[in-house]
Design a protein around this ligand. Sequence first.
Ligand code: PMP
Length: 433
Amino acid sequence: MAFKLDKSAKAFAEAKQYIPGGVNSPVRSFRGVGGTPPFIAKAAGSRIYDIDGNSYIDYVGSWGPMILGHAHPEVVGELKEALERGTSYGAPTLLETELARLISEAVPSMELVRCVNSGTEATMSVLRLARAYTKRGKIVKFAGCYHGHHDSLLVKAGSGATTLGVPDSPGVPESIAGNTLTAEYNDIKGLTELFAQHGEDIAAVIIEPVPGNMGLVLPRSGYLDQVRGLTERYGALLIFDEVMSGFRVAYGGAQEVYNITPDLTCLGKVIGGGLPVGAYGGRRDIMELIAPAGPVYQAGTLSGNPLAMTAGIATLRLLVENPDFYEKVTTMTAALCAGMQAQAEAFGFNFQFHQAGSMFGLFFSDRPVYDYDSARHSDVAAFNVFFHAMLEQGIYLAPSQFEAAFMSGAHTHADIGATIAASGNAFAKVAKY
Ligand code: PMP
């Protein structure tokens, strides 16, 4: 049966009547790759289903949260029970302590944890805290890293901001963006020079330890240690944004894998099990500045929402109770990458495959990719041909060269085999384009 998106096209046109660009988050519009985004009706396990009746093996996983696969029966069961007890109280619950405890046990650098509603909120709040603690004004971020859409960090931002060609968004006041210094990822020399110039004013360095928002880029050997060393030398805080990598590259996140202790960490995605959650946390003496323990104000009507806490707790419990989980999903991801790489090579392509645990990425580039510039060297037009060829064969990848892909515990060997086979057909199309 020919691949059709007629109902989705109609739904997209109607959505545009009421919602800017028809979507509530820009990359979903397929602006980067062109064409019609499938409107999704439901999801289960490794698959999502659109309103046209197409089904896809999903490697977006809601952009990272769905590490157990969609609608995991135990998570759904817990949520159904929680729903009956009410959806929000705006008062303390046992659930909040339980999720904070699970997080703190998994990520020991997070001695105290404050839950918020999104990754954006986590990084926004953590910068205020870092500035209050250090009594300094400037922040360092890395080109191509994405930390959410608040003013201080929409500077040389990756993810959708890069896909849409607006890494520096209009509307961000110069007075705010001017306090954000940028460095190139993986370039310790550049960061050292930045500190030599501005060291006394730098409150914090915020970094995706394993960046997943310019495609998936890996840290060079020793690089994160050097960043830790520099921040310590200048009395600046090191903030790991593990919204994507947390509970994803390993149960303890990238800080476990690379054995680095940041001062503060941001989380999101997996810790909400698909419901809206973010969190930030870190050293007790720093976190105790947060209100009401201290004077740094940060609050939220729905923060610690019982449904979100329930989904997060159920997800983390399933992960921690299954000690083989990360090894299995990493092995599956490696098999998928190796299979796709072999298909690419059969067509003479020397593309760049990267993997970190259950995250992976493919750059349509014949050169090594290690930072924002080298990522942007990729052939976006070739990626777009590949993307649509995969979609038409029922493989749902992120609709942009500048995003990572995610494997879940629900993906099967059959899914991987089907994806590798589909990639052969898709690379054949790329070869002809
Ligand atoms: N930080 C990182 C590393 C992210 O990947 C994202 C979202 N992709 C965010 C922050 C922002 O999270 P949210 O979309 O939940 O606001």
